[in-house]
Design a protein. Structure first.
Length: 173
């Protein structure tokens, strides 16, 4: 009888709803902007809110990130190489679990981003606002979260960038 009562009260294990992560990776200009921007690195931080329990297969995610970068071999770096960038973005989307493991999730997000460079990239412009998109995988190890994102920034209004970013952080309430 005690086993039946204990089994009836079992609940889904909640994953921590938020996280704070450090991130780093490689980036490159994309499309027509590949020659303007060149390629380089990004480092930054990200905060997310994505409440879900281990029994759920689908949930939502909201993330804010700030990335600092250096771009090399682009023709936009005129004054002092490398071309320095700061990108901030706010994205929202869904995360779902197509795998059997209850600690790994796939995310698809879209939102708005702001990009600022130290040298003009298009004409005399150094500041750009536009849409961004990202897909990624999140893996939990207790309260440690690790992830890999593929980001595509400023899809229509500014210089297009593609970045592959590795994330490490702490998940918590």
């Amino acid at each position: 009888m005690a086993v039946l009562v204990a089994a009836g009260t079992a609940r889904a294990e909640p994953l921590p709803p938020g996280s704070l992560e450090g991130l780093f990776g490689g980036t490159s200009g994309a499309g027509a902007d590949a020659k303007r921007l060149g390629y380089g690195y990004v480092v930054g931080v990200e905060a997310s809110y994505q409440p879900i329990s281990t029994e759920q297969r689908i949930g939502f995610a909201v993330r804010w990130s700030t990335l600092f970068g250096g771009m090399y071999n682009g023709n936009a770096e005129k004054v002092n190489p490398p071309l320095r960038t700061v990108q901030m973005d706010l994205t929202a989307g869904i995360r779902f679990r197509p795998w059997a493991t209850r600690r790994r999730y796939f995310t698809v997000r879209g939102g708005v981003g702001l990009l600022r460079t130290n040298d003009p990239v298009i004409g005399t412009d150094r500041e750009f606002v536009g849409p961004v998109a990202a897909v990624g995988v999140d893996q939990y190890f207790g309260t440690i979260v690790m992830g890999l994102d593929l980001r595509y920034g400023l899809i229509s209004t500014g210089p297009e960038q593609l970045a592959l970013v590795l994330r490490f952080g702490v998940a918590g309430p």
